[in-house]
Write a protein that binds this ligand. Structure first.
Ligand code: FPP
Length: 239
């Protein structure tokens, strides 16, 4: 994969929506759509270096997704495990560094072990930083961060007077990542659904009708390129 520098987004976050509808339209179970969706992830990751996208963060399972049927939840957990096992070698070889965000406490030990192993196996890579959000919710992340921060205050490691946005950011799951520049959501829904709430304060949003399993690298590239022409002022006035 060749790396290219552009004035496009450095960090793109994606809400991969529409797998269920994609499967239902074909008369197949929802999990069939999730499997097709997982295959798309590889294609989008591979497209990143040529587009100058250094960081890609994908929403794979939200803190609200536990409300789905037991069959779907169990199927998704199995899919994550299979994905990690199958993709590890390709990710290592292609320079992708993988991280997971979200609360691991509710995940099966065997899945957490695979996640840890994949993070370690790819820890020397730097071409693309792929972050996969599993059991992730923006409010949950901020709540966990504040709890840890409050603990440090209680322990005397930190004064409440020193708490500002920068300090709080250091307690978030994403503390090593830059904020996303662009957030894409597929499948026609114009909601952010608790994804990277804090980090996306100044992000551009792009909502597309395409269902995630139909979302190609070409469509991704078109959105990323069109971002380069946008005028982001971060609240300031253009001079
Ligand atoms: C949303 O579609 C999708 C999910 C909740 C799961 C996302 C998972 C994948 C794309 C596959 C795994 C990814 C990795 C990185 C291993 P939906 O089910 O809400 O679709 P619907 O809105 O049509 O019902």
């Amino acid at each position: 994969m060749a790396e290219e520098t552009t004035n496009g987004p450095r960090h793109v976050a994606v809400i991969m929506d529409g797998n269920g509808r994609w499967a239902q339209m074909r008369g197949r179970p929802r999990l069939f759509g999730h499997h097709a969706g997982a295959r798309r992830v590889r294609e989008i990751v591979e497209a990143c270096p040529a587009l100058g996208v250094k960081y890609l963060t994908v929403f794979a399972f939200s803190t609200e997704n536990w409300k789905r049927t037991q069959t779907e939840v169990a199927g998704l957990m199995k899919l994550f495990k299979r994905y990690i096992i199958r993709e590890t070698q390709a990710l290592v070889n292609s320079g992708v560094r993988v991280r997971f965000i979200g609360d691991r406490i509710r995940l099966e030990d065997s899945l957490v072990q695979l996640m840890d192993d994949l993070e370690l196996a790819t820890s020397h890579n730097d071409l693309v930083h792929l972050t996969i959000a599993i059991n992730y919710g923006g409010r949950d992340e901020v709540t966990r961060a504040v709890r840890r921060l409050a603990f440090d205050v209680e322990q005397g490691k930190l004064s409440y007077k020193d708490v500002d946005a920068e300090v709080l950011s250091r307690y978030l799951d994403t503390h090593v990542l830059p904020d996303p520049d662009l957030v894409i959501r597929t499948s026609g829904e114009a909601r952010i659904s608790n994804f990277l709430l804090w980090q996306s304060a100044y992000a551009e949003y792009e909502f597309v009708d395409t269902l995630w399993p139909d979302f190609t690298a070409a469509e991704f590239g078109g959105i990323v390129r069109s971002y380069a022409g946008r005028d982001r002022r971060f609240g300031a006035v253009k001079v």
